[in-house]
Design a protein around this ligand. Structure first.
Ligand SMILES: Nc1ncnc2c1ncn2[C@@H]1O[C@H](COP(=O)(O)OP(=O)(O)OP(=O)(O)O)[C@@H](O)[C@H]1O
Length: 202
């Protein structure tokens, strides 16, 4: 499987934000998107996810087979919002995402352990601290059967040890044949990381 962008352009409010971006990210690889505030990192991720239409060019999944014929079936997007219901428990939220995205490699309890939240699945999501909310949102990735992770500043609000743990989870995802596209300043420590500097393009 590959995530392929060709001559991809994006705009906001009718103004161009980026133009003619090309990349190809294969199984096991990651693409780290960097650049200063306002350079278009979030816009790019939202165009890849299909939340914003491309102003030009295309982005698609190639060789995804029957299981992953499209971006919508292959990708899990984690943006600035955590996309969890505050009134439901952490476990109920994760159960929803597991059903919605197909069961991933991790059961819910194992995913919570992996992000350092073991034993709090019964708490309403709204009771969690900012960093705990982010970690629970990261657990969504683990319970979902989605090989392509689209991550917009995923470590915002995380402490150093949580950042390190998340870097290990991203590394394991790639080692297992997944793909990560992340707007992040966190060095992923991946052997097969590509970079895209949005600042250098403007
Ligand atoms: N809804 C919108 N309407 C008009 N312009 C917008 C809209 N959203 C973003 N923009 C503009 O698009 C440009 C790119 O914004 P974007 O959020 O993609 O940047 P970013 O690199 O992710 O920034 P940051 O690092 O601050 O999150 C900015 O100039 C921003 O002001």
């Amino acid at each position: 499987m590959r995530l392929v962008a060709e001559n991809l352009s994006g705009e906001r409010g009718g103004e161009p934000v980026f133009e003619d971006i090309d990349f190809s990210v294969e199984e096991g690889e990651s693409l780290v998107v960097t650049g200063p505030n306002g350079s278009g990192k979030s816009t790019l991720l939202r165009v890849i996810a299909g939340f914003l239409p491309a102003a030009g060019g295309s982005v698609r999944i190639a060789e995804g087979g029957e299981a992953f014929p499209s971006i919508a079936s292959a990708c899990h997007y984690l943006g600035h919002q955590n996309a969890m219901k505050t009134a439901l428990t952490v476990g109920e939220n994760l159960a929803f995402w597991r059903r919605f995205s197909g069961g991933g490699r991790f059961e819910i309890a194992a995913a919570l352990d992996a992000v350092g939240l073991g034993g709090i699945g019964h708490l309403p999501f709204g009771y969690l601290s900012t960093g705990q909310r982010r970690r629970a949102a990261i657990a969504k990735l683990l319970v979902s059967h989605r090989p392509v992770w689209l991550l917009d500043e995923p470590t915002a609000g995380l402490d150093k040890s949580s950042e390190d743990r998340f870097a290990d989870l991203m590394k394991a995802h790639c080692t297992g044949g997944g793909i990560v596209v992340a707007a992040t300043h966190l060095p992923l420590g991946l052997a097969r990381a590509k970079t895209l500097d949005m600042g250098a393009r403007n």
